[in-house]
Write a protein that binds this ligand. Structure first.
Ligand SMILES: CC(=O)SCCNC(=O)CCNC(=O)[C@H](O)C(C)(C)COP(=O)(O)OP(=O)(O)OC[C@H]1O[C@@H](n2cnc3c(N)ncnc32)[C@H](O)[C@@H]1OP(=O)(O)O
Length: 475
């Protein structure tokens, strides 16, 4: 919070457009609010908004000295002024305080994996509004700002993980990937995989200097594996800020658990997989009742995966292993002789907003030859706008796009006057973009309309992908 003196009527300062990341314009905000770029000097204020938006037992002091995952040049806030009741008027003017009441940021994914390729993507994150300033349009204005910034930077797509799954559909986001939350009993039986027993393991305190390079290398190679087709969504932590955050040991986030541990499994001295986990020890009537939390478990091949899960499922004094975000096709579910023992629960992870249809659709590959015309409606608020500051068109903006692609080859997507084969909203285009949701299943729910008989099955096959998308970058 900072002080300044305003005229007696409290007129707020004008917009600080030149401070904004992205195009120099203000989105439509309610009166008295302005969007500003945040810098490291306002780190404590940012944490104050964060703790109002995401309540926890932590204090600003617990958090402010540790690394932040966001890049300041892509981080913004909304501030407002209010009269300072404790201040004495100066020459008839009422001292005001400037208060940060909302924030948002986006990760710079320059090489975000999409089916068969990589494109620049903006990863919306850390959106929060102070509860005293909610439901008056601050999020809507920030979404407009974010999408405009993506468009200006050539990011054809925005992705996010949502705190609540009901928020982002209205801004044109479609649910593009699920994950599984599982809890596996200790020593749950796993199928044998030849070669698993030839692995050795190093279990160490997570340490950036010691582990960062090997973990980043395994993470990247695991995403590109899968018979060479790669896993959509499997972005690496590209920015130094994301990397520093991942490796930071922040006591406030331990919640009674030990600090993060890293296990690396090796075969013939070569790293083949890693996991990041932490334990908490409890005692029940039957003795030790500890729990293991696995943040991520990544392996290059089936034997390394079997070795890694075998180790994680048999840590002393533990009775269960919790994995909050497991890719839906992780080998663990297939290796478990009793998959029901994991009690898998499906959760949404990646939400995708297609901002530039031509760039997005020609930036990925397709699993079958396709020649289809899509009628795409983009009426959602928060659509990318022009540098002139125009807001999304109030009337439905529908465009026909001709998509032509060879299976696992080149693709083109251009505007066309040809009649459409399929009709859908931009939300549904986001849902199918990473290959994890089928057009046919959306059509079954009435969200996609087949206008040319036979086009749905063909397009559905082409938009699919052999490997389901997964989110690899939460935090
Ligand atoms: C990518 C991420 O960072 S996800 C993290 C999002 N942040 C949080 O969950 C923290 C706690 N929540 C908040 O800070 C705020 O409530 C926010 C950011 C979710 C919403 O901010 P607000 O400024 O209140 O939103 P705003 O007034 O612009 O509302 C825009 C629309 O979204 C709707 N909306 C807002 N919050 C929610 C919600 N939690 N669930 C469903 N709809 C919502 C509003 O009703 C409004 O819809 P309408 O215009 O169709 O009636």
């Amino acid at each position: 919070m900072s002080h300044d003196v305003r005229p007696a009527d409290g007129t707020p300062a004008g917009p600080a457009t030149s401070d904004l990341p992205g195009p120099a314009r203000q989105p439509s905000l309610p009166d008295g609010y302005r969007l500003v770029r945040l810098t490291d000097e306002r780190r404590r204020e940012l944490y104050e908004v964060d703790l109002w938006a995401f309540p926890s037992g932590d204090s600003v002091d617990d958090l402010a000295e540790h690394p932040l995952p966001v890049s300041w040049d892509r981080t913004w806030g909304v501030e407002t002024d209010r009269a300072d009741p404790s201040a004495v008027p100066v020459d008839g003017a009422v001292p005001h305080v400037t208060e940060l009441v909302a924030m948002g940021s986006s990760y710079p994914f320059a090489r975000f994996p999409v089916p068969g390729g990589e494109i620049p993507v903006g990863g919306l994150t850390w959106v929060g509004v102070h509860p005293g300033h909610r439901r008056r349009g601050l999020l809507s204005a920030m979404m407009d700002h974010h999408h405009t910034g993506c468009a200006a930077r050539g990011e054809a797509v925005s992705v996010l993980t949502a705190s609540e799954s009901t928020i982002y559909g209205r801004f044109g986001y479609g649910k593009a990937a699920d994950s599984l939350a599982v809890t596996v009993p200790r020593r749950a039986a796993l199928a044998d995989v030849p070669g698993a027993e030839q692995h050795t393991a190093r279990i160490e305190a997570s340490d950036q200097a010691r582990h960062a390079d090997v973990v980043a290398d395994l993470h990247r190679r695991a995403g590109a594996a899968h018979g060479g087709v790669g896993r959509p969504g499997w972005a690496t932590r590209e920015s130094p800020e994301q990397t520093a955050w991942y490796w930071a040991s922040i006591p406030a986030f331990r919640h009674g658990k030990e600090p993060w541990r890293t296990v690396i499994v090796e075969r013939d001295g070569e790293p083949r997989g890693y996991a990041r986990f932490r334990r908490s020890l409890g005692w029940g009537q039957a003795g030790p009742d500890g729990s293991v939390e696995v943040f991520e478990a990544v392996a290059l091949d089936p034997a390394a995966s079997r070795a890694l899960w075998g180790l994680l499922l048999d840590l002393d004094l533990m009775t269960e292993v919790k994995v909050p975000r497991l890719p839906v096709d992780d080998p663990l579910l297939t290796l478990l002789l009793d998959p029901r023992a994991a009690v898998p629960r499906v959760e949404d992870t990646l939400w995708v907003r297609v901002l530039d249809v031509a760039a997005a659709l020609s930036g990925r590959q397709y699993a079958a030859d396709v020649d289809v015309v899509l009628s795409v409606r983009d009426t959602a608020r928060g659509a990318a706008t022009t540098d002139a500051g125009e807001h999304p068109a109030p009337t439905p903006a529908t465009q026909h796009w001709a998509l032509v692609a060879d299976a696992f080859g080149d693709a083109t997507c251009t505007p066309t006057d040809r009649p459409a084969d399929l009709d859908l909203d931009v939300r549904e285009l986001g849902s199918v973009y990473l290959g994890g949701t089928s057009l046919a299943s959306l059509a079954a729910a009435g969200l996609v309309t087949e206008l040319t008989p036979g086009s749905l099955a063909r397009a559905s096959t082409a938009f699919g992908w052999p490997v389901p998308p997964a989110c690899s970058w939460i935090w």
